[in-house]
Write a protein that binds this ligand. Structure first.
Ligand code: 0X9
Ligand code: ZN
Length: 424
């Protein structure tokens, strides 16, 4: 252990020297009791503290970093970029890491600059217009309401949108977006799927065939409260979680740590409400995860789960990730060799089309209570996470200019089509 720490320290010093970065001076630990208990900034308007952690080169080391409750942004050859509080930086140092201040990044643009993005009401308007224009191949419903009472709209696209009457049953595929509030590019991804599979129906042969032979469920905003909050001020807030309040005045659950499969099992989420990876007080504590799970449960018809495949779009990192996240093992209970190989094959084939990097999610770092683990563990749904553009950056990586939307969502067209075909 000592050797590893020393090696890590040496590597950090070398990298810091090479990059011309100053190692952080020892940080004062705040006396504030809540902050001292794995604090995470609640409202991050203005400049952010993004830290580079060199020497987190293995899944185990990255998991050790994530365990402090920091918000992992991305990894590259220099180390792991995380958003951390002073307290978490101190804890990283105590664990033998040598965190460096990675350019403090301020969130550049105030929301009105990026008119190309669809805010919640604009997203619901697109869905209503699409459903009105294409009544024969769409069904627009809501799976339930968010904590603050917003509908979670779901649009189903199929030549037979009222699926239970389809004969024979068509394989169903679910796409979910914006589980993390600030990952706005992903709502655009879901909207592109909606627009493409409706506007090209009857003219594009591939689209027409897929709409005829599949049911495509799209849920463009899993976390509308968080997304609305993120764009509600003068500047983006860098908000990730839901808006459900917890004790100590903390707000927000990490919805991607709130799913019931092995919830909170393995150090892949935080038990502290102020952490950005807070798992919530119990599995499905938040209405957003609960109502989506109920919808998925409701797709078990005659004892058979109709949904065969799922993608949960996130940003950023340009990765294709598959379960399990809760364990470093490839094939723990709940995943056979053959099933694992299917994830590898389909994940790699999709990554070949978009240029993302494919991997098992725990090869990045351990996470528990994620949607992918639940979808597979509970329902045997072939469930992936896509981390969209860009491949690296700080907090500003969550806010690419509207000019990239077309290219970076079109980049996933072939992967989406491939998964729809695989769902057969
Ligand atoms: O940590 C997450 O929930 C996802 N990354 S994000 O930066 N969008 O927050 C990744 C979930 C997939 N699982 C693992 N990476 N282990
Ligand atoms: Zn995310």
């Amino acid at each position: 252990m000592l050797t590893r720490r020393l090696a890590r320290h040496r590597a950090a010093t070398l990298i810091a020297g090479a990059a011309g970065l100053a190692l952080l001076a020892p940080l004062a630990v705040t006396a504030d009791a809540t902050e001292a208990t794995h604090g995470q900034a609640q409202d991050s308007s203005g400049s952010e503290t993004v830290i580079l952690v060199p020497g987190a080169d293995t899944p185990a080391e990255r998991t050790e970093v994530a365990r402090t409750g920091v918000d992992v942004l991305h990894m590259d050859q220099d180390g792991l970029a995380v958003r951390a509080t002073d307290r978490q930086v101190a804890e990283l140092r105590a664990r033998g890491f040598m965190p460096q201040r990675h350019q403090p990044v301020s969130i550049a643009a105030p929301p009105p600059v990026d008119d190309a993005y669809h805010a919640y009401e604009e997203m619901t308007a697109v869905l209503s217009d699409t459903a009105a224009e294409h009544p024969d191949i769409t069904e627009l419903t809501s799976v339930g309401t968010s904590y603050e009472g917003r509908d979670l709209p779901l649009i189903t696209i199929s030549d037979n949108p009222a699926q239970d009457s389809a004969e024979p049953a068509e394989p169903e595929v679910l796409f979910t977006c914006t589980m993390h509030a600030r990952e706005h590019l992903t709502s655009e991804m879901c909207l592109r799927i909606v627009t493409r599979f409706t506007s090209e129906y009857g003219t594009g042969p591939e689209v027409t065939e897929l709409v005829n032979e599949r049911a495509i469920h799209v849920l463009p905003m899993v976390n509308p409260d968080g997304a609305a909050y993120d764009v509600s001020g003068e500047r983006y807030k860098g908000w990730r979680k839901s808006r459900m309040p917890h004790y100590w005045g903390s707000v927000g659950t990490d919805l991607n740590r709130n799913w019931a499969y092995n919830w909170g099992c393995c150090g892949g989420s935080s038990g502290y409400p102020r952490s950005n990876t807070y798992r919530g007080p119990e599995p499905f504590s938040d209405p957003e995860t609960r109502v989506i799970a109920e919808f998925v449960n409701s797709r078990v018809v005659d004892g058979q789960q109709r949904i065969a495949a799922h993608v949960d779009f996130h940003s950023y990192g340009e990765l294709v990730l598959w379960p399990f996240g809760f364990t470093a093992a490839d094939t723990p209970d709940g995943m056979t060799e053959e099933e694992y190989q299917r994830f590898v094959d389909v994940g790699t084939a999709m990554a070949d089309t978009n240029g993302y990097e494919p991997m098992q999610s725990s090869d990045f770092y351990i996470t528990d209570g994620t949607v992918n683990d639940w979808m597979w563990g509970e329902h045997d749904i072939l469930s992936f996470t896509f981390e969209m553009y860009p491949s690296g950056g700080g907090i500003d990586g969550f806010y690419p200019p509207g000019s990239v939307i077309e290219k970076e969502t079109a980049r996933n067209d072939a992967a989406v089509d491939l998964l729809l075909r695989e769902a057969g």
